[in-house]
Design a protein around this ligand. Structure first.
Ligand SMILES: [Zn+2]
Length: 470
């Protein structure tokens, strides 16, 4: 898709790493970075943004296919429903999708994410095999569909093919329901190798992702890290860890070590790593992650939806910990919702207000937004993000749903309104790496993407009811 390329922009009010700045002109390099920034009266005549502008956030954790099952698991079917009963529904759903369905779902999701304040995505992709569990003729078939979806929508993609081999700690045999996810190390290596050329041609970043310590053994994780050094050195490494209490209990039962302890025992966790969820941590683990420079990938809406627990954000940030946000199961597609939920989880636990602000950034929304933008960039293997020299030319215009939606006393409170007032989910233009992909709330391929998705959903509904009937 050919999008309009901007040489620069002039912002009346922009959120920079140093806070809000008025009358900021930024010039973009051909590779989509900010190469100069100055407070001036727009001598170059760049496109002018009168509404507040904030840096785009990279959604650092998504399983695209789950977007289509949102709303289907909110019915109690057991005396106690949990993450594990939700997972059974998710497996059933994953066993229904064709490559065309998956691509249509990913494109529809990515369109929503662009309109939700995100300019990048890290796709944690674990559906690899055909319905019966055999690899496709091209092992990377489903990954290539994700590439197509990212290219059509203009969302900046970091793609993580996931290694998934076991059903629990100790290398247990996978279940029948996991057959579309399972790969051998050799199969994985072949797929990663095949993805390199198309990723490079399209400007996507590749990384690796052992699914979890449940699904990959320490020996396999060591091999995956060697493979990464050979094929895609210095690229991101993501892993699910300590999302559920049961996972911590299973880890302890297996070798007497908690999941995060186990991870630090077996791997050189550093700033290239992203630990997804890390919900259940003891004091020592909070310090270990914060000190390592790794990013914690928080998915507050999904974690709330699945009843995971509350991340220790105040302790972690106090120790200098880096975090970003992910949409994970894609029940929510607005960055603002994720940040709101993150702050509210801490408020409910601590019975305080404005918890995740900083002394130099008292506005909670601005503090969370900037931190999430920077953490997302780090976790996706991109340059540091922020509206300043060296940052990505990726930004989002916040518009008002109506002329006086917010009491017009403090323009800098627009982001607070957007994140906390619930009436403010309005995005105007979205620019990704210097390319305008959303113009005044509209994407050029919007109608086609929505129609393709509807066609795919009709197919999926038919297949689901046929399977339920058997
Ligand atoms: Zn996940």
């Amino acid at each position: 898709m050919a999008f309009e390329t901007l040489k620069g922009a002039h912002f009346r009010l922009a959120l920079t790493p140093d806070g809000w700045v008025r009358n900021l002109s930024v010039q973009f390099s051909p590779d989509g970075l900010i190469q100069s920034a100055a407070e001036d009266d727009n001598p170059e005549g760049f496109a002018v943004y009168d509404n507040p502008v904030v840096p785009g956030i990279t959604d650092l954790h998504s399983h695209a296919f789950q977007y289509a099952m949102a709303g289907l698991s909110e019915v109690r079917r057991n005396p106690i429903d949990s993450f594990w009963s939700w997972r059974d529904i998710m497996y059933f759903f994953a066993l229904t999708l064709s490559p065309e369905d998956l691509q249509a779902i990913a494109a529809r999701l990515y369109l929503s994410l662009l309109k939700g304040g995100y300019t990048g995505i890290v796709e944690f992709h674990y559906v690899h095999n055909d319905l019966d569990g055999t690899p496709y003729a091209r092992r990377e078939e489903l990954s290539l569909g994700i590439f197509e979806a990212a290219q059509a929508t203009g969302l900046d993609l970091t793609h993580l093919p996931v290694f998934y081999a076991h059903s629990n700690f100790g290398g247990l045999t996978p279940t029948e329901g996991q057959r579309r996810f399972i790969q051998s190390l050799d199969g994985y290596a072949e797929m990663l190798d095949s993805l390199r050329a198309p990723a490079k041609a399209a400007g996507h970043t590749l990384g690796i992702a052992p699914h979890s310590l449940r699904a990959a053994t320490p020996e396999e994780i060591a091999k995956l890290l060697e493979l990464r050094d050979d094929l895609i050195p210095d690229s991101p490494v993501h892993i699910h860890v300590a999302e559920q209490v049961k996972e911590v209990e299973d880890a302890l039962a297996w070798n007497g070590r908690r999941p995060v302890e186990q991870l630090f025992d077996i791997a050189p966790v550093d700033a290239r790593w992203c630990l997804i969820h890390a919900t259940h941590l003891d004091d020592r683990e909070v310090g270990m992650i914060a000190k390592s420079g790794a990013t914690v990938g928080l998915c507050p809406m999904t974690e709330a939806n699945l009843g995971d627990g509350i991340f220790r954000a105040t302790d972690y940030i106090a120790q200098g910990g880096v975090f970003g946000i992910g949409s994970d199961s894609n029940i929510a597609t607005f960055a603002a919702q994720e940040l709101q939920q993150l702050e509210y989880s801490q408020r409910l636990r601590d019975r305080q207000r404005n918890v995740l602000a900083a002394m130099d950034t008292p506005h909670v929304a601005a503090n969370l937004w900037n931190r999430a933008a920077q953490g997302g960039a780090r976790a996706s293997g991109r340059p540091e993000q922020g509206l300043a020299v060296g940052g990505m030319a990726s930004f989002v215009e916040i518009t008002s749903p109506e002329p006086a939606a917010m009491l017009p006393v403090d323009p800098e409170a627009a982001l607070d309104f957007h994140v906390f007032a619930g009436r403010g989910f309005h995005i105007g233009d979205v620019v990704v790496r210097g390319k305008k992909v959303i113009s005044d709330g509209h994407h050029p391929l919007e109608e086609k993407i929505v129609t393709d998705y509807a066609v795919a959903m009709a197919r999926v509904a038919e297949r689901l009811s046929a399977r339920k009937a058997t």
